[in-house]
Write a protein that binds this ligand. Structure first.
Ligand SMILES: NC(=O)c1ccc[n+]([C@@H]2O[C@H](COP(=O)([O-])OP(=O)(O)OC[C@H]3O[C@@H](n4cnc5c(N)ncnc54)[C@H](O)[C@@H]3O)[C@@H](O)[C@H]2O)c1
Ligand SMILES: [Zn+2]
Length: 354
Protein backbone atom coordinates (compact mmCIF):
# COMPACT_ATOMS: atom_id res chain seq x y z
CA UNK A 1 0.00 0.00 0.00
CA UNK A 2 1.32 3.42 -0.93
CA UNK A 3 0.13 6.53 0.92
CA UNK A 4 0.40 10.23 0.28
CA UNK A 5 0.20 12.91 2.92
CA UNK A 6 0.17 16.63 2.22
CA UNK A 7 1.79 19.18 4.49
CA UNK A 8 -0.41 22.24 4.13
CA UNK A 9 1.60 25.43 4.56
CA UNK A 10 0.27 27.71 1.85
CA UNK A 11 2.95 28.35 -0.77
CA UNK A 12 5.37 26.18 1.23
CA UNK A 13 3.11 23.10 1.03
CA UNK A 14 4.67 19.80 -0.02
CA UNK A 15 3.81 16.14 -0.55
CA UNK A 16 5.04 13.16 1.44
CA UNK A 17 5.11 9.91 -0.55
CA UNK A 18 5.19 6.76 1.58
CA UNK A 19 5.43 3.31 0.06
CA UNK A 20 7.33 0.14 -0.58
CA UNK A 21 9.95 0.06 -3.34
CA UNK A 22 9.48 3.73 -4.26
CA UNK A 23 13.13 4.79 -3.94
CA UNK A 24 13.60 4.19 -7.65
CA UNK A 25 10.84 6.71 -8.41
CA UNK A 26 12.66 9.55 -6.63
CA UNK A 27 13.80 11.17 -9.90
CA UNK A 28 10.26 11.24 -11.31
CA UNK A 29 8.88 12.60 -8.02
CA UNK A 30 11.48 15.39 -8.05
CA UNK A 31 10.45 16.25 -11.61
CA UNK A 32 6.80 16.27 -10.60
CA UNK A 33 7.43 19.04 -8.03
CA UNK A 34 9.26 21.13 -10.62
CA UNK A 35 12.89 20.56 -9.60
CA UNK A 36 15.56 20.82 -12.28
CA UNK A 37 19.26 20.50 -12.97
CA UNK A 38 22.12 19.67 -10.69
CA UNK A 39 21.68 18.27 -7.19
CA UNK A 40 23.93 17.44 -4.27
CA UNK A 41 22.88 14.13 -2.70
CA UNK A 42 24.13 13.93 0.89
CA UNK A 43 24.19 10.62 2.72
CA UNK A 44 26.23 8.74 5.33
CA UNK A 45 28.64 5.84 5.15
CA UNK A 46 26.04 3.29 6.36
CA UNK A 47 23.28 4.35 4.01
CA UNK A 48 25.42 5.03 0.90
CA UNK A 49 26.33 1.40 0.12
CA UNK A 50 22.72 0.28 0.68
CA UNK A 51 20.74 2.92 -1.21
CA UNK A 52 23.16 5.42 -2.77
CA UNK A 53 23.25 3.92 -6.23
CA UNK A 54 19.45 3.43 -6.49
CA UNK A 55 18.92 7.08 -5.65
CA UNK A 56 21.71 8.27 -7.92
CA UNK A 57 20.45 6.24 -10.88
CA UNK A 58 16.84 7.27 -10.39
CA UNK A 59 17.86 10.94 -10.43
CA UNK A 60 20.09 10.49 -13.49
CA UNK A 61 17.39 8.59 -15.35
CA UNK A 62 14.97 11.45 -14.77
CA UNK A 63 17.46 13.90 -16.31
CA UNK A 64 19.07 15.38 -13.19
CA UNK A 65 22.82 15.76 -12.70
CA UNK A 66 23.42 14.33 -9.22
CA UNK A 67 26.67 14.34 -7.25
CA UNK A 68 27.00 12.16 -4.17
CA UNK A 69 28.59 13.27 -0.91
CA UNK A 70 29.15 10.56 1.71
CA UNK A 71 29.70 11.68 5.32
CA UNK A 72 30.61 9.75 8.47
CA UNK A 73 27.57 8.28 10.30
CA UNK A 74 26.49 9.60 13.69
CA UNK A 75 25.49 12.70 15.62
CA UNK A 76 28.97 14.31 15.38
CA UNK A 77 28.34 14.83 11.66
CA UNK A 78 25.74 17.50 12.53
CA UNK A 79 28.64 19.94 12.94
CA UNK A 80 29.98 23.26 11.74
CA UNK A 81 32.84 21.38 10.05
CA UNK A 82 30.50 19.21 7.98
CA UNK A 83 28.32 22.20 7.17
CA UNK A 84 31.39 24.00 5.79
CA UNK A 85 32.29 20.85 3.90
CA UNK A 86 28.85 20.87 2.22
CA UNK A 87 29.25 24.56 1.30
CA UNK A 88 32.59 23.82 -0.34
CA UNK A 89 31.09 20.86 -2.25
CA UNK A 90 28.19 23.08 -3.33
CA UNK A 91 30.69 25.66 -4.58
CA UNK A 92 32.91 23.10 -6.29
CA UNK A 93 29.94 21.64 -8.17
CA UNK A 94 28.56 25.04 -9.08
CA UNK A 95 25.23 24.72 -7.25
CA UNK A 96 23.26 27.82 -8.19
CA UNK A 97 19.84 28.99 -6.98
CA UNK A 98 18.03 26.61 -9.34
CA UNK A 99 19.87 23.55 -8.01
CA UNK A 100 18.81 21.49 -5.00
CA UNK A 101 20.06 19.14 -2.31
CA UNK A 102 18.81 15.68 -1.37
CA UNK A 103 19.13 14.30 2.18
CA UNK A 104 19.34 10.51 2.03
CA UNK A 105 19.59 9.02 5.53
CA UNK A 106 18.49 9.45 9.12
CA UNK A 107 17.77 12.62 11.06
CA UNK A 108 21.43 13.60 11.23
CA UNK A 109 21.75 13.82 7.45
CA UNK A 110 18.29 15.42 7.16
CA UNK A 111 18.98 18.17 9.72
CA UNK A 112 22.47 18.97 8.36
CA UNK A 113 21.53 18.91 4.68
CA UNK A 114 18.35 20.86 5.35
CA UNK A 115 20.34 23.58 7.08
CA UNK A 116 22.96 23.64 4.32
CA UNK A 117 20.11 24.08 1.80
CA UNK A 118 18.47 26.74 3.99
CA UNK A 119 21.63 28.82 4.08
CA UNK A 120 23.46 28.15 0.78
CA UNK A 121 22.85 31.22 -1.44
CA UNK A 122 20.29 32.27 1.24
CA UNK A 123 18.23 29.19 0.60
CA UNK A 124 17.85 26.62 -2.17
CA UNK A 125 15.37 23.76 -2.52
CA UNK A 126 15.88 20.40 -0.86
CA UNK A 127 14.30 16.97 -0.75
CA UNK A 128 14.12 14.64 2.23
CA UNK A 129 14.59 10.91 1.70
CA UNK A 130 14.51 9.59 5.27
CA UNK A 131 15.73 6.03 5.84
CA UNK A 132 15.41 5.68 9.64
CA UNK A 133 12.04 5.32 11.37
CA UNK A 134 12.74 8.39 13.50
CA UNK A 135 13.45 10.46 10.42
CA UNK A 136 10.30 9.15 8.69
CA UNK A 137 7.87 9.84 11.51
CA UNK A 138 9.51 12.93 12.92
CA UNK A 139 12.59 14.79 11.69
CA UNK A 140 11.95 14.84 7.91
CA UNK A 141 8.56 16.52 8.30
CA UNK A 142 8.04 20.02 9.61
CA UNK A 143 11.01 22.00 8.35
CA UNK A 144 13.25 22.19 11.41
CA UNK A 145 16.87 21.99 10.26
CA UNK A 146 20.12 22.62 12.09
CA UNK A 147 23.42 21.55 13.54
CA UNK A 148 25.00 21.10 16.96
CA UNK A 149 27.70 23.37 18.35
CA UNK A 150 29.96 22.68 21.33
CA UNK A 151 27.56 24.70 23.53
CA UNK A 152 24.65 22.39 22.82
CA UNK A 153 22.51 20.30 20.50
CA UNK A 154 20.48 21.94 17.74
CA UNK A 155 21.46 25.44 18.87
CA UNK A 156 22.00 26.72 15.32
CA UNK A 157 19.34 26.18 12.69
CA UNK A 158 16.54 27.45 10.52
CA UNK A 159 13.01 26.65 9.51
CA UNK A 160 13.27 25.46 5.90
CA UNK A 161 10.58 23.25 4.39
CA UNK A 162 11.51 20.59 1.81
CA UNK A 163 9.91 20.45 -1.66
CA UNK A 164 9.16 16.78 -1.24
CA UNK A 165 9.59 13.95 1.26
CA UNK A 166 9.91 10.41 -0.07
CA UNK A 167 9.91 7.45 2.31
CA UNK A 168 10.57 3.96 1.08
CA UNK A 169 9.58 1.69 3.97
CA UNK A 170 11.68 -1.14 2.53
CA UNK A 171 14.75 0.78 3.71
CA UNK A 172 13.69 0.01 7.30
CA UNK A 173 14.60 -3.65 6.72
CA UNK A 174 18.28 -2.79 7.10
CA UNK A 175 17.84 -0.44 10.07
CA UNK A 176 19.38 -1.90 13.27
CA UNK A 177 16.59 -3.17 15.62
CA UNK A 178 17.63 -0.80 18.40
CA UNK A 179 17.22 2.19 16.03
CA UNK A 180 13.83 0.86 14.94
CA UNK A 181 12.65 0.56 18.56
CA UNK A 182 13.88 4.09 19.29
CA UNK A 183 11.81 5.39 16.37
CA UNK A 184 8.76 3.63 17.81
CA UNK A 185 9.01 5.82 20.91
CA UNK A 186 8.03 8.81 18.75
CA UNK A 187 5.15 6.76 17.28
CA UNK A 188 3.87 6.08 20.82
CA UNK A 189 4.20 9.82 21.47
CA UNK A 190 1.76 10.59 18.62
CA UNK A 191 -0.73 8.17 20.15
CA UNK A 192 -0.52 9.82 23.56
CA UNK A 193 -0.67 13.43 22.38
CA UNK A 194 -3.22 13.13 19.56
CA UNK A 195 -4.70 9.77 18.66
CA UNK A 196 -5.99 7.22 21.18
CA UNK A 197 -6.93 4.90 18.30
CA UNK A 198 -3.30 4.82 17.13
CA UNK A 199 -2.27 4.12 20.73
CA UNK A 200 -4.70 1.17 20.95
CA UNK A 201 -3.32 -0.20 17.69
CA UNK A 202 0.22 -0.12 19.13
CA UNK A 203 -0.99 -2.03 22.18
CA UNK A 204 -2.20 -4.80 19.88
CA UNK A 205 0.72 -5.06 17.47
CA UNK A 206 3.90 -3.21 16.58
CA UNK A 207 3.74 -3.70 12.82
CA UNK A 208 5.48 -0.85 11.00
CA UNK A 209 3.78 -0.31 7.67
CA UNK A 210 3.04 2.59 5.33
CA UNK A 211 -0.31 3.22 7.07
CA UNK A 212 1.31 3.61 10.49
CA UNK A 213 4.00 5.96 9.18
CA UNK A 214 1.42 7.94 7.20
CA UNK A 215 -0.72 8.42 10.32
CA UNK A 216 2.28 9.83 12.23
CA UNK A 217 3.10 12.15 9.31
CA UNK A 218 -0.53 13.29 9.15
CA UNK A 219 -0.48 14.18 12.84
CA UNK A 220 2.83 16.02 12.55
CA UNK A 221 1.60 17.79 9.40
CA UNK A 222 -1.60 18.86 11.12
CA UNK A 223 0.21 20.22 14.18
CA UNK A 224 2.88 21.97 12.09
CA UNK A 225 0.20 23.29 9.73
CA UNK A 226 -1.43 25.03 12.69
CA UNK A 227 1.78 26.32 14.27
CA UNK A 228 4.76 26.15 11.90
CA UNK A 229 7.17 28.12 14.09
CA UNK A 230 6.27 26.71 17.47
CA UNK A 231 4.55 29.64 19.10
CA UNK A 232 2.23 27.27 20.93
CA UNK A 233 0.59 24.04 19.76
CA UNK A 234 3.73 22.62 18.08
CA UNK A 235 5.13 22.34 21.61
CA UNK A 236 2.97 19.25 22.21
CA UNK A 237 5.41 17.33 20.00
CA UNK A 238 7.81 17.70 22.91
CA UNK A 239 5.80 15.34 25.13
CA UNK A 240 8.38 13.39 27.14
CA UNK A 241 11.21 15.53 25.80
CA UNK A 242 11.98 17.78 28.79
CA UNK A 243 13.19 14.83 30.84
CA UNK A 244 14.55 13.10 27.71
CA UNK A 245 16.87 15.99 26.85
CA UNK A 246 18.06 16.14 30.46
CA UNK A 247 18.71 12.37 30.48
CA UNK A 248 20.63 12.53 27.17
CA UNK A 249 22.63 15.45 28.46
CA UNK A 250 23.53 13.99 31.88
CA UNK A 251 24.12 10.41 30.68
CA UNK A 252 26.32 11.76 27.88
CA UNK A 253 25.26 11.71 24.26
CA UNK A 254 25.59 8.24 22.86
CA UNK A 255 24.60 6.41 26.05
CA UNK A 256 20.89 6.43 25.17
CA UNK A 257 19.44 6.75 21.70
CA UNK A 258 17.12 9.75 21.52
CA UNK A 259 14.01 7.55 21.32
CA UNK A 260 15.11 5.57 24.38
CA UNK A 261 15.47 8.77 26.39
CA UNK A 262 12.05 9.87 25.09
CA UNK A 263 10.52 6.59 26.31
CA UNK A 264 11.79 7.25 29.84
CA UNK A 265 10.75 10.91 29.54
CA UNK A 266 7.22 9.89 28.56
CA UNK A 267 6.93 7.67 31.64
CA UNK A 268 8.07 10.66 33.72
CA UNK A 269 5.54 12.96 32.03
CA UNK A 270 2.76 10.37 32.40
CA UNK A 271 3.36 10.12 36.14
CA UNK A 272 3.39 13.91 36.49
CA UNK A 273 0.13 13.87 34.52
CA UNK A 274 -1.45 11.47 37.02
CA UNK A 275 -0.56 13.85 39.85
CA UNK A 276 -1.61 17.07 38.10
CA UNK A 277 -3.95 16.49 35.17
CA UNK A 278 -6.16 13.61 36.17
CA UNK A 279 -4.60 11.04 33.84
CA UNK A 280 -5.70 7.74 35.37
CA UNK A 281 -3.18 5.36 36.95
CA UNK A 282 -4.46 2.77 34.53
CA UNK A 283 -3.67 4.90 31.47
CA UNK A 284 -0.23 5.76 32.82
CA UNK A 285 0.41 2.02 33.27
CA UNK A 286 -0.74 1.39 29.68
CA UNK A 287 1.86 3.88 28.41
CA UNK A 288 4.61 2.06 30.34
CA UNK A 289 3.38 -1.32 29.16
CA UNK A 290 3.34 -0.43 25.48
CA UNK A 291 6.89 0.98 25.73
CA UNK A 292 8.08 -2.20 27.46
CA UNK A 293 6.44 -4.31 24.75
CA UNK A 294 8.47 -2.33 22.22
CA UNK A 295 11.72 -3.15 24.11
CA UNK A 296 12.11 0.45 25.24
CA UNK A 297 13.37 1.48 28.69
CA UNK A 298 10.85 2.88 31.22
CA UNK A 299 13.27 3.74 34.02
CA UNK A 300 16.86 4.79 34.49
CA UNK A 301 19.71 4.02 36.88
CA UNK A 302 22.75 5.95 38.01
CA UNK A 303 21.70 9.52 37.20
CA UNK A 304 21.60 12.07 40.05
CA UNK A 305 18.49 14.20 40.47
CA UNK A 306 20.51 17.39 40.98
CA UNK A 307 22.25 16.90 37.62
CA UNK A 308 18.96 16.13 35.86
CA UNK A 309 17.30 19.17 37.43
CA UNK A 310 20.21 21.41 36.38
CA UNK A 311 20.00 20.07 32.83
CA UNK A 312 16.24 20.77 32.77
CA UNK A 313 16.95 24.38 33.71
CA UNK A 314 19.12 24.96 30.63
CA UNK A 315 16.86 23.15 28.17
CA UNK A 316 16.14 25.27 25.08
CA UNK A 317 12.43 25.21 25.87
CA UNK A 318 12.88 26.36 29.48
CA UNK A 319 12.15 29.99 30.32
CA UNK A 320 13.68 31.48 33.47
CA UNK A 321 14.94 28.16 34.84
CA UNK A 322 11.43 26.76 35.32
CA UNK A 323 10.80 23.81 33.02
CA UNK A 324 7.40 23.69 31.33
CA UNK A 325 5.87 20.31 30.60
CA UNK A 326 3.49 18.78 28.12
CA UNK A 327 1.07 16.74 30.26
CA UNK A 328 -1.77 14.40 29.32
CA UNK A 329 -5.26 14.47 30.82
CA UNK A 330 -6.05 11.27 28.92
CA UNK A 331 -4.41 9.14 26.23
CA UNK A 332 -4.94 11.11 23.02
CA UNK A 333 -5.03 14.59 24.57
CA UNK A 334 -2.36 16.81 26.14
CA UNK A 335 -1.81 20.37 27.33
CA UNK A 336 1.42 22.29 26.83
CA UNK A 337 3.14 24.86 29.03
CA UNK A 338 2.26 23.11 32.32
CA UNK A 339 4.14 24.13 35.44
CA UNK A 340 5.02 21.49 37.99
CA UNK A 341 5.72 22.04 41.72
CA UNK A 342 9.40 21.58 42.52
CA UNK A 343 8.87 18.75 45.07
CA UNK A 344 6.78 16.77 42.59
CA UNK A 345 9.52 16.99 39.94
CA UNK A 346 11.88 15.26 42.34
CA UNK A 347 9.41 12.78 43.81
CA UNK A 348 8.40 11.50 40.36
CA UNK A 349 12.06 11.31 39.28
CA UNK A 350 12.79 9.12 42.32
CA UNK A 351 9.93 6.88 41.18
CA UNK A 352 11.54 6.17 37.81
CA UNK A 353 15.11 5.90 39.15
CA UNK A 354 16.04 2.26 39.50
N1 LIG B 1 14.37 18.26 12.59
C1 LIG B 1 13.56 17.72 13.48
O1 LIG B 1 12.39 18.09 13.62
C2 LIG B 1 14.08 16.59 14.32
C3 LIG B 1 13.18 15.83 15.09
C4 LIG B 1 13.68 14.75 15.80
C5 LIG B 1 15.03 14.44 15.75
N2 LIG B 1 15.87 15.21 15.00
C6 LIG B 1 17.31 14.89 14.91
O2 LIG B 1 17.44 13.64 14.26
C7 LIG B 1 18.68 13.06 14.65
C8 LIG B 1 18.48 11.60 14.94
O3 LIG B 1 18.02 10.95 13.78
P1 LIG B 1 18.20 9.37 13.60
O4 LIG B 1 17.70 8.68 14.80
O5 LIG B 1 17.64 9.03 12.28
O6 LIG B 1 19.78 9.22 13.65
P2 LIG B 1 20.89 8.96 12.51
O7 LIG B 1 20.70 9.84 11.35
O8 LIG B 1 22.19 9.01 13.22
O9 LIG B 1 20.59 7.48 12.05
C9 LIG B 1 20.73 6.42 12.98
C10 LIG B 1 21.70 5.36 12.49
O10 LIG B 1 21.04 4.53 11.54
C11 LIG B 1 21.78 4.47 10.32
N3 LIG B 1 20.78 4.29 9.27
C12 LIG B 1 19.85 5.19 8.84
N4 LIG B 1 19.04 4.60 7.98
C13 LIG B 1 19.44 3.33 7.82
C14 LIG B 1 18.97 2.22 7.07
N5 LIG B 1 17.88 2.29 6.32
N6 LIG B 1 19.66 1.06 7.15
C15 LIG B 1 20.75 0.95 7.95
N7 LIG B 1 21.22 1.94 8.71
C16 LIG B 1 20.57 3.12 8.64
C17 LIG B 1 22.57 5.72 10.28
O11 LIG B 1 23.72 5.58 9.47
C18 LIG B 1 22.93 5.90 11.77
O12 LIG B 1 24.04 5.11 12.09
C19 LIG B 1 19.19 13.86 15.82
O13 LIG B 1 20.25 14.67 15.43
C20 LIG B 1 17.99 14.72 16.22
O14 LIG B 1 18.36 15.96 16.77
C21 LIG B 1 15.41 16.27 14.29
ZN1 LIG C 1 12.10 13.36 19.68
Amino acid sequence: MNCDVKVDLGDRSYPIHIGSGILTSLGESCKAVGLKGRCLVVTDENVAPLYGSQVFQSLEKAGFKPVLEILPAGETTKSQAQLMNLYSKAAAHGLDRKCFMVALGGGVIGDLTGFAAASWLRGICFVQVPTSLLAMVDSSVGGKTGINIPQGKNLVGAFHQPELVLMDIDTLKTLPPRELAAGMAEVVKYGVIWDSELFRKLEQDSLVDAGLIARCCEIKAEVVGKDERESGLRGILNFGHTAAHAIENVAGYGEFLHGEAVAIGMVYAARLSVALKGLSEEESARIEKVLTQLSLPVGVAGLEWKDIRAAMAVDKKTVGGLPKFVLADRIGHVEFGCEVPEELLKEVWNGISQ
